[in-house]
Design a protein around this ligand. Sequence first.
Ligand code: NAD
Ligand code: GLY
Length: 360
Amino acid sequence: MRTLNVALGNRSYPIHIGTGLLRDAGLIAPLLAQKRVAIVTNTAIAPLYLGPLRAALEASGITVVPVILPDGERYKTWQTLNLIFDALIENRCERRTTLIALGGGVVGDMTGFAAATWQRGAPFIQMPTTLLAQVDSSVGGKTAINHPQGKNMIGAFYQPRAVLADLDSLKTLPERELKAGIAEVIKHGLIRDAGFFAWLEANMDALLGRDPAALEHAVLRSCEIKSEIVALDEQEQDVRALLNFGHTFGHAIEAGIGYGDWLHGEAIGAGMVMAADLSQQLGLLAAADVSRIERLIERAGLPVAGPNFPRERYLEHMALDKKTRDGASRFVVLECLGSARLQTGVAVDMVGGVLARRVA
Ligand code: NAD
Ligand code: GLY
């Protein structure tokens, strides 16, 4: 097992990456203020992993309240969030009851938001079971639900007490979900580490083949990059915004086409190609690097062009982007492979040009 630290003063926490973690209460028990947890998961993950985790916890004398949500991005809503609160109330959970998010980014984001607001703040632990959640969403304390008009519009910054990423869980992950997770891995290389991007070029086949060593390296390096950025700027005043590379276009794809039709990682795949194209138009990124990015995203089995819906709808959703300041859009652009920055004052025509070239 490898352990990293997210350095946030008295709210610092470990990220454990290894195998067998879903069958082991040893890392969880010492964190609990009360020998009672609510495990929040969904209808797809419960049959796979709730049983072993529950058994391990109960064998350590911990009482488990299971909360099983419907599965899917389209359920990342107020209504589903309320199901968590209903279960916590029904089972007389307290402020010291730890919530455990067992699942992908949807379960993690909703459980985190529930924990942030349940009795004004209860402890929570992330147990991510998708590649995307292990390399990105479980780390850093962004929690949220969607609004029909805008992705992750309602939420809170609220850090977990620990992240336990069990690499064994990736064995049951559907192929399409694995590829979606690779999108965020590629993002980390693009914004912070050209060497890691080159490693991904050399090891894409191993990742797609679920080679354990390749997956471990991808999760570990992604978590290192993400936790370093989060430690510098927890609440996204500046550098954390770079983690949103490809997300201004990507979130517009998700909201514009309807949540759940494209996976988040798929939208980010196409969104990163669009953002790379924009970086080239701004005179920052070489055409050859845009081609390298497009090629790697394509090799990962991800879309490299946005879905065809009206350009105005893209622009409307992009205007709602959370990076917008005083009404002005801000884009994350690449200066070169491995280095990103925020760009204001991008002409609408230039964005229109990107859409014209990069929408199918
Ligand atoms: P997801 O949570 O919908 O999971 C994908 C699918 O895989 C679901 O059907 C799920 O039930 C299933 N699944 C999960 N683990 C499995 C396993 N081990 N075996 C078999 N099936 C499994 O999607 P995701 O890609 O994990 O997360 C996407 C969400 O994460 C989006 O809502 C996005 O906004 C959010 N996100 C948040 C952050 C953040 O910083 N908080 C960062 C990136 C993405
Ligand atoms: N996924 C973007 C962030 O955590 O800031």
